[in-house]
Design a protein around this ligand. Structure first.
Ligand code: ASP
Length: 329
């Protein structure tokens, strides 16, 4: 059977109209099934804690379940690449921290581009870090710690969550500023790393207050300092590393929420609205305050706010990391 061109046109036009209207319908109907919120580190760690905290109010606001999916490995870069390749429908979203801005300097061959493979939903939370040791680690002060580390060097184990994790970055900056080389042990997240610290299998860990505040308050770990320039309300007796001599030592872990490039604007708007509801949820705000974490101002919980911040952070951390000479092929 031969079709003449003009008999095809109405069919073609009809098909096009059908496609546009079904696309519009699917965006209007979004979400009509559960949404996967990918977390690039193991369950129980600080990123997972934040994800599970906001998944519930986001799900309520969207009328669908937001399911947390842990996709671990390579300091969060495996999950980043997975989300970059996911279908841009809004049903796969991603929460990641400042590792999104340090990965380009740490990995020579990165299988995703933080600035071109994602849409931006908004900034999520800023979290300070704490420098810890296992409870029975000998040094009892920061001054003693520096002396001990200089004498024992790589006999001391420092856990982290892999190249690109903030525990890795904090450790890197700490070692270079103190002038020591410790034996770094990577885990799939600082959830498992913390278990190793609590079990005495590793000596030290730099981790976020979203996981460490309760453990410090219960004296289950030894804490030497916080990585903010001012002391934390939740840990008033813990000095900053800056005031103990590591001048200007500051690592505050910002987090962002992303979707695959090409996710339609109406879908992104719904995701952003749900994220804003979650970040204004009284229980979420109180829990984050108790964990010394800050909810960003509403103008930063936006696509533009996150993209601008990410661009600035990539520029900021590139030279810092290059100076340490650390990178992965
Ligand atoms: N935030 C990571 C986690 O949740 C740890 C890290 O980046 O150091 O495991």
């Amino acid at each position: 059977m031969k079709f003449k061109l003009n008999t095809l046109l109405p069919t073609g036009a009809a098909m096009a109209c059908l496609a546009v209207s079904s696309l519009a319908w699917s965006q209007d109907a979004f979400p009509n099934k559960s949404i996967s919120l990918v977390v690039p580190f193991a369950a129980g760690g600080p990123t997972d804690v934040v994800a599970r905290m906001i998944a519930i109010p986001m799900g309520k606001a969207l009328g669908q379940t937001v399911l947390v999916e842990n996709a671990v490995g390579a300091g969060g870069t495996i999950a980043s690449a997975k989300v970059a390749r996911a279908a841009p429908t809004g049903y796969t979203i991603f929460i990641h921290h400042m590792g999104m801005s340090t990965a380009p300097a740490l990995y020579k061959k990165l299988s995703f581009d933080p600035l071109n493979d994602f849409e931006y939903v908004g900034q999520v939370v800023d979290v300070p870090m704490t420098l810890l040791a296992r409870k029975d680690f000998p040094p009892t002060s920061f001054a003693e710690l520096q002396t001990y580390l200089k004498a024992n060097g790589n006999k001391v184990s420092l856990a982290n969550a892999g190249l690109g994790a903030v525990s890795h970055l904090c450790g890197l900056l700490f070692m270079s500023q103190v002038g020591v080389e410790l034996n770094t042990i990577p885990y799939s997240g600082t959830g498992p790393a913390m278990n190793a610290l609590l079990g005495g299998q590793v000596d030290m860990l730099c981790d976020q207050t979203t996981q460490t505040v309760p453990l410090i308050k219960d004296s289950r770990v030894k804490v030497y300092g916080v990585t903010t320039l001012n002391r934390l309300a939740a840990l008033p007796n813990v000095p900053t590393l800056n005031e103990q001599g590591l001048k200007g030592f500051e690592v505050k872990v910002w987090h962002g929420m992303y979707a695959p490039k090409g996710t339609p604007a109406p879908v992104l708007e719904k995701l952003n609205a749900a994220l804003r509801v979650a970040m204004q949820d009284p229980q979420v705000k109180q829990r984050l305050t108790d964990l010394s974490s800050d909810v960003p101002p509403l103008d930063k919980i936006s696509a533009a706010g996150l993209k601008t911040h990410l661009e600035a952070e990539i520029i900021k951390w590139g030279p810092v990391i290059k100076k340490t000479g650390v990178f992965a092929d």
